[in-house]
Design a protein around this ligand. Sequence first.
Ligand code: ACO
Length: 206
Amino acid sequence: MSKVLVVGAGGHAKVVIATLRAAGWDVIGVLDDRPESWGNSVLGYPVHGGLDGLKGTRHRAVLAIGNNAVRRDIAARFPNTEWTSAIHPAATVHESVQVGPGTVIFAGAVIQPDTVLGSQVIVNTGATVDHDCVLEDYVHVAPGTQLAGGVQLEEGAFLGIGSVVTPGIRVEKWTTVGAGSVVIRSLPAHCVAVGVPARVREETKS
Ligand SMILES: CC(=O)SCCNC(=O)CCNC(=O)[C@H](O)C(C)(C)COP(=O)(O)OP(=O)(O)OC[C@H]1O[C@@H](n2cnc3c(N)ncnc32)[C@H](O)[C@@H]1OP(=O)(O)O
């Protein structure tokens, strides 16, 4: 069994650990920069200490943090870490799908042919991503999100739980789509869009 470290000791880490275990990985522990988490455990796996523990380790690691910008910043901080992807055996991922380093795909997700997932992407529980989609680096599609064919989610886009995107739509960089929203027109970068149909309600800085 290959050994792997988990980075992040929050709720998302529980699902990452469950996914890794189901996929046959040997989880050797958790790292988190918050001192209050040290000595605790996540699903029975000990939090050994801060992220500097990644320096010099020969083990692979998974970034188990749901926030897209935080994943981006940690990946930049540790360029020499070998980030591994994790796919739950109860996810359905077509053999033509490309999966980048550090990307996690949780139970019940379905990913259809010729979709491309970048690095550090999260396809959360039960999300469906249909044919020919592109999810760039640091994208997170929350549980139950449904993407039609040919959807493009640019770097850092976050789609809230249960959101829906119609065919061929583009959501530009670092934009957030609110829970339950239905995206029927492409969305610009760095904004928050909500509702049915989704409309921009706020511009953001990052
Ligand atoms: C396993 C996991 O847990 S994965 C994590 C999944 N997490 C999610 O899906 C979270 C999704 N987050 C949301 O939908 C949030 O509501 C956000 C990000 C869109 C907005 O959050 P905030 O900026 O805090 O917005 P806030 O709660 O202040 O609401 C602002 C306005 O937007 C409206 N609004 C917020 N979210 C939505 C939504 N999803 N759909 C429609 N309207 C919404 C509010 O009703 C409010 O309207 P008002 O000004 O007329 O009263």
